[in-house]
Write a protein that binds this ligand. Structure first.
Ligand SMILES: Nc1nc2c(c(=O)[nH]1)N[C@H]1C(S)=C(S)[C@@H](COP(=O)(O)OP(=O)(O)OC[C@H]3O[C@@H](n4cnc5c(=O)[nH]c(N)nc54)[C@H](O)[C@@H]3O)O[C@H]1N2
Ligand SMILES: Nc1nc2c(c(=O)[nH]1)N[C@H]1C(S)=C(S)[C@@H](COP(=O)(O)OP(=O)(O)OC[C@H]3O[C@@H](n4cnc5c(=O)[nH]c(N)nc54)[C@H](O)[C@@H]3O)O[C@H]1N2
Ligand SMILES: [Mo]
Length: 656
């Protein structure tokens, strides 16, 4: 039996609510914890207004949970300040695709990837991070497609490719522009498509003119011959798929990066057809769905514009409320607003910003300034350790009914497979309990009732009843009615010869090169890029509680040349310092790395806090941080690192 004041370790499922008293978290009854949580929110709104409340919604939870979460923010709290880790991830893809095509979803399906002639994986490592998608890539390759990988590291995905282009971090725009220029100079553009379906071609032609293959080689490190070869391969392929991930989006100019890639599809017409398209691979298991449900500050469910009065009024009549007629704050803006005292209360559901945001000290300081922080999670995260109230959720993906939406916009039904740990409550039930305490008679609805409400409000989901989702084993949006199915790829309209059917043309993105903010110099001569390994997940909360002989904990990957030059042996502990902080970490000499480049994950914050090194320079359009480019130096040291993967962790640092 546990004693009453049992404090869960960080890797033990939470089963009892916790409340802060005299600076410490202590166990509490559900009633006490819910009262405290609701009272803090109520007082915050009363004193400072609804827009000083913010919510982070869980991109791992179901569509239904995300729909209720954004409704809680908009109806119960009266604000559009709701967002999720999409901001740290693919918000630039959504912004870039929406600017070109009017909607932010990836344009193709996995089936298109199996049925194509060329697959380009740009700034992504799907062999590790999207293994299911990678299976489809390999099927495509088996059927004869060529695979090209564009990545500073010779990743595990690159090892399967016909060609790897190893570019310098943050030089994607020069590379894309040089490919575009070569396509134009070689006369390989799809002129009919450009003329009918795009705007801005002349301006684009002038923009890319300086980026000769030689100029691109000097900036990107990719040989001019490889630039030419990829340009010809892409332009002459019958069908071609261009996929990207965080190597493109985690930069201070990420939306521009995305636009530079979209330009290549506009030049060649590789979009809107079976086998040809643009596909950002979304990250968390339901980050696509969370956004589609409206758990973002600028869109209501179904990607409907919050600024459109007609859209708002449809939601208002169903919800019997008034929705604020302006965009809410993004996750990035919420954190900035904490410094200005413009955000006072925060409700975090299944996110761990203390470890996922750049510059740990800044994030911690900002959260500590809040009047009221409520964290609802399945584990006691570092973010939860700072909370006033911690609510133990049970609705992890295998413990609830509902739907998820994957990277190809496919909505899939799941059924509860496991009972939650005793004591924990379902995410949706907790929100209903809070809503009741805040004066709204919300009864906990069945998942299907929530879904049917969503379908009544979101045209792109209208035809997806649970019955149909079950029968068809998933349906891709858009699905406008119960007796129709749309093709699995988007924007076929662009190929229509009838201008009315074709709709708005896609503008070329006129975007210039802007190197990483954290400059390399004599003191900080190495480019650190951060990302993922196969066996571990994001901030480690969900994957650190088990041990496996395969897992080695955090390591600094560096090239054999640099290891020799600095006299660093494999496994030796080194100090890595950026302009913001420093960590100790074992070195791993890796043939995947090019000279001058080093790599770490952020999966082992108890062993090595990578976010002490990262920079919070963010993309102005999307708010995503430049996790992919820090400047660091590497020093030999006699000190040793903490053991890898140990349970329990050091207290959150107070200040540098
Ligand atoms: N095993 C595992 N799978 C995961 C996750 C996990 O933590 N573990 N997390 C999930 C989430 S949330 C996400 S968002 C996805 C992310 O999936 P990915 O984006 O594929 O993963 P990363 O390793 O972060 O980054 C991809 C690649 O970007 C490259 N890169 C770095 N800088 C640049 C650059 O300037 N230009 C280019 N072209 N490339 C660059 C890196 O070398 C790296 O190989 O993975 C999801 N899947
Ligand atoms: N340096 C660096 N930093 C990065 C990145 C990088 O590449 N480099 N990538 C960024 C990216 S792409 C992402 S997506 C973020 C991820 O950042 P976060 O989303 O903050 O990190 P996760 O570890 O995925 O946190 C997931 C949390 O959700 C909880 N959880 C899981 N399921 C449920 C549920 O059903 N209900 C509730 N209530 N909680 C649940 C887990 O216990 C865990 O605490 O990190 C970003 N940070
Ligand atoms: Mo992500």
């Amino acid at each position: 039996m546990r004693s009453d004041d049992h404090q869960p370790s960080s890797y033990e499922r939470l089963t009892r609510p916790l409340v802060r008293e005299d600076g410490r978290l202590r166990p509490a009854s559900w009633d006490e914890a819910l009262d405290r949580a609701a009272e803090g929110f109520r007082a915050g709104v009363q004193r400072h207004g609804p827009d000083t409340f913010g919510m982070l919604s869980c991109a791992r939870a179901t569509n239904e949970m995300n729909f209720v979460a954004q409704k809680f923010s908009r109806v119960v709290m009266g604000t559009n300040n709701v967002d999720s880790c999409n901001r740290t991830c693919h918000a630039p893809s959504v912004a870039g695709l929406a600017a070109a095509f009017g909607s932010g979803g990836g344009t193709s399906s996995y089936a298109d990837v199996e049925d194509t002639d060329l697959i380009i994986v740009w700034g992504g490592n799907p062999r590790f991070a999207h293994p299911i998608f990678f299976q489809h890539v390999l099927k495509g390759v088996h059927k004869g497609a060529r695979l090209v990988v564009v990545d500073p590291r010779r990743t595990s995905s690159a090892q399967w490719a016909d060609r790897w282009l190893g570019l310098n971090v943050g030089t994607d725009i020069p590379l894309a522009h040089a490919i575009g220029r070569e396509i134009i100079h070689a006369g390989l553009t799809n002129d009919a498509f450009i003329q009918r379906a795009t705007t801005g071609f002349e301006e684009y032609r002038e923009l890319v003119e300086p980026w000769t293959p030689a100029a691109a080689e000097a900036e990107t490190g990719v040989p001019a011959e490889a630039v030419r070869e990829l340009a010809h391969a892409y332009a002459t392929a019958e069908r071609a798929q261009l996929s990207w991930t965080l190597g493109i989006t985690e930069h201070h100019n990420a939306t521009d990066n995305v636009k530079a890639l979209i330009n290549l599809a506009l030049l060649t017409g590789h979009v809107g057809r079976h086998g040809s398209g643009l596909q950002p691979l979304r990250g968390q298991n339901n980050v696509q769905g969370g956004g589609d449900m409206g758990a973002i500050p600028d869109r209501l469910a179904g990607f409907q514009d919050i600024l459109d009065p007609e859209v708002r009024s449809r939601f208002e009549s169903v919800w019997n409320t008034t929705i604020q007629p302006h965009k809410g704050k993004t996750l990035t803006q919420m954190f900035e607003a904490m410094d200005e005292d413009e955000l006072k209360t925060l409700y975090v559901i299944g996110e761990n910003p203390v470890q996922s945001e750049p510059e740990t000290f800044t994030t911690t300081r900002r959260l500590q300034r809040l009047d009221h922080l409520v964290v609802q999670d399945i584990f006691l995260t570092r973010t939860a350790e700072l909370a006033d109230v911690v609510l133990p959720a049970s609705a992890s993906w295998c413990e609830s009914d509902g739907t998820f939406t994957n990277s190809e916009r496919r909505v899939q039904l799941v059924r509860k497979a496991l009972d939650p740990p005793p004591g924990a409550r379902d995410d949706i039930e907790i929100m209903c309990d809070l809503a009741q305490r805040l004066g709204h008679a919300w009864q906990r609805p069945e998942a299907e009732e929530i879904w049917d409400e969503l379908r009544s409000l979101s045209p792109i989901h209208r035809g997806m009843s649970y019955r149909r989702l079950e029968e068809l084993q998933g349906i891709q949006w858009p699905c406008f009615s119960e007796d129709s199915l749309e093709p699995g790829y988007l924007h076929h309209r662009l190929w229509s010869t009838d201008p009315r059917q074709r709709g708005a043309p896609a503008p070329f993105g006129i975007v210039g090169h802007s190197p990483p903010v954290d400059l390399l110099d004599e003191d900080y001569p190495f480019r650190l890029t951060t990302g993922r390994r196969l066996d571990d997940y994001n901030t480690g909360v969900q994957t650190s509680g088990f041990s496996s002989p395969m897992r080695r904990g955090e390591a600094l990957d560096l090239s054999p040349e640099d290891a020799r030059r600095l006299d660093i042996a494999d496994g030796e502990t080194v100090r890595v310092a950026s302009r913001r902080g420093s960590v100790l970490v074992p070195a791993a000499v890796s043939a995947q790395m090019r000279a001058g480049l080093v790599f770490m994950t952020f999966h082992f914050p108890d062993q090595v806090d990578t976010q002490l090194l990262t920079i919070d320079a963010t993309d102005p359009d999307a708010g995503t941080a430049e996790y992919k480019a820090a400047a660091v130096r590497i020093e030999k040291t006699a000190e040793d690192t903490a053991p890898a993967g140990a349970a329990g962790h050091a207290p959150v640092p107070a200040s540098p």
